[in-house]
Every structure is written in structure tokens, then in C-alpha cells.
Design a protein around this ligand. Structure first.
Ligand code: HEC
Length: 103
């Protein structure tokens, strides 16, 4: 049982890692303009939308589940509009990339 759990964890971790390079490209194309290259958040965008943008590597964002982050991307959140033109894999990849930003 324990071994299965460890094996699953390693498998899941390797999947997350595998998604990151593609995710980086998706991030650069679809998120960076507002969130900045390292997810720090662009002050000009925050000012324009009149919101506080949490750095994507921050505890607030990293404590969200993958499903929650996916939902922000596909359905939008607050002032952020849904991001269009991404298939399921690209959404999963970009979430994997967001995980690499953890501070
Ligand atoms: C047009 C600008 C814009 C783009 C493009 C954009 N975002 Fe956002 N994002 C925002 C703003 C503004 C907020 C803050 C929204 C609020 O608090 O009302 C936000 C918030 C978030 C949050 C935090 C939600 C929360 O609960 O605080 C996550 C996660 C996020 N964005 C991920 C992404 C990802 C991943 C992409 C690319 C697939 C992306 N965003 C593209 C503007 C953008």
C-alpha cells in the first residue's frame, strides 16, 4: 500500500515536471502580459483592474488546488477574464508551470 502511494507520487511528480517546459511556453503566450515572466504580477495591470494581484508563486496561490487554478484559467476569476484558445493539456501544462514558480 505504502509502496503504491510512493510510486503514484513519483509518477505524479514526473508528470508535473514533464508539463512544465510546455507550460512555460503557454504561460509566455497567455499569462505573462498580465502576470509577468515570473508570475510576480504587473503593477500597471493591477492598477488598471484596481485589484491586488498575488504573485503566482505566493502562498495564497500555491495553496490553491490544481483544479482551482485550472478553473481560474478556464472560467476566469474576479477581474480576470477566462483565457481562451487553450486545450485541456495546455491548461494542465500551464498549471504545472505555475507550480514551478513557488517561492
Ligand atoms: C488580461 C490580463 C490577465 C491575463 C492574460 C491572465 N491573468 Fe490571471 N489574473 C489577472 C488579474 C487582474 C487577476 C486578479 C483578479 C482579481 O483578483 O479580481 C488575476 C488572477 C489570477 C490568479 C489568482 C486568482 C485568485 O484567486 O486570486 C491566478 C491563479 C491566475 N490569475 C492565473 C493566470 C494564468 C495561469 C493565466 C494564463 C493562462 C492568466 N492568469 C492570465 C489578469 C490576467
Amino acid at each position: 500500500m505504502k509502496i503504491t502511494a510512493v510510486a503514484f507520487f513519483l509518477f505524479a511528480a514526473s508528470l508535473a515536471y514533464a508539463g512544465a517546459p510546455e507550460g512555460k511556453a503557454v504561460f509566455a503566450a497567455k499569462c505573462q502580459a498580465c502576470h509577468g515572466a515570473n508570475g510576480e504580477g504587473k503593477a500597471s495591470i493591477a492598477k488598471m483592474f484596481n485589484v491586488t494581484m498575488h504573485p503566482l508563486g505566493s502562498k495564497e496561490i500555491q495553496s490553491m488546488s490544481d483544479a482551482d487554478i485550472k478553473k481560474v484559467v478556464t472560467e476566469g476569476h474576479g477581474k480576470m477574464k477566462p483565457v481562451t484558445g487553450l486545450d485541456d493539456k495546455q491548461v494542465a501544462d500551464v498549471v504545472a508551470f505555475v507550480r514551478t514558480l513557488k517561492e
